[in-house]
Design a protein around this ligand. Sequence first.
Ligand code: MG
Length: 260
Amino acid sequence: MIELRTPAEIEAMRPAGRFVAEVLATLRDEVRVGTNLLAIDKRAHEMIRKAGAQSCYIDYHPSFGASPFGKVICTSVNDAVLHGLPHSYALRDGDLLTLDFAVSVDGWVADSAISFVVGTPRDEDLALIDTTERALDAAIAAATIGNRLGDISAAIAEVAHADGLSINTDFGGHGVGRTMHGDPHVPNNGRPGRGYPLKAGLVVALEPWFLQSTDKLITDKDGWTLRSADGSRGAHTEHTIAVTEDGPIVLTDRAFLGVK
Ligand code: MG
């Protein structure tokens, strides 16, 4: 069931969005060549404790997960793109890192992800990240009253296809509210003019993610980390947004911090 939020509820969701934005911006700023993925998780955990927030991940145990996640952030490196379970690994020069982070603050959830290169970037990695960011921008621009869910999906797909990327629709965006995953599912490919008509109060996480040369995923032995089937790298960008009468509001926007 799709739940719509009142303007007051959307206001109440802002602290969660701002906190998630702050944590991702801080971690991106602090991560260096040599930083261990477990240290990133530890740092995120400290920030959660200090803020009195609740992790959405630590006890998360969906049907596809081998056991509760046990960490507070997803760290996906290179050919890992989604649900990367932090393990002891020191980042190397040129690694493509995705951080995906969701918490609840005052009972409301925000969910956001960023990809960036640690140290010296490869051009093709920067291009892939740029594609996911432009796809997210296009998705947000399509999240207006009068459009349908399919318009958001189609906007994402158009950007990916223009760059010759294929799309996996097994994992995509989702409703966000009191819990991390609600209706509707927002696939990263779809038909314009189809699906649920967007209404004021719809709060969703939009999350384009693409792999350089495949749309097939394989699961690591840790039961969580999803990697490309062909070893090519992946990138993932996500924001939690609210559809309103005045257009989309990006609840996890980092602009208030003066960073992208
Ligand atoms: Mg997320």
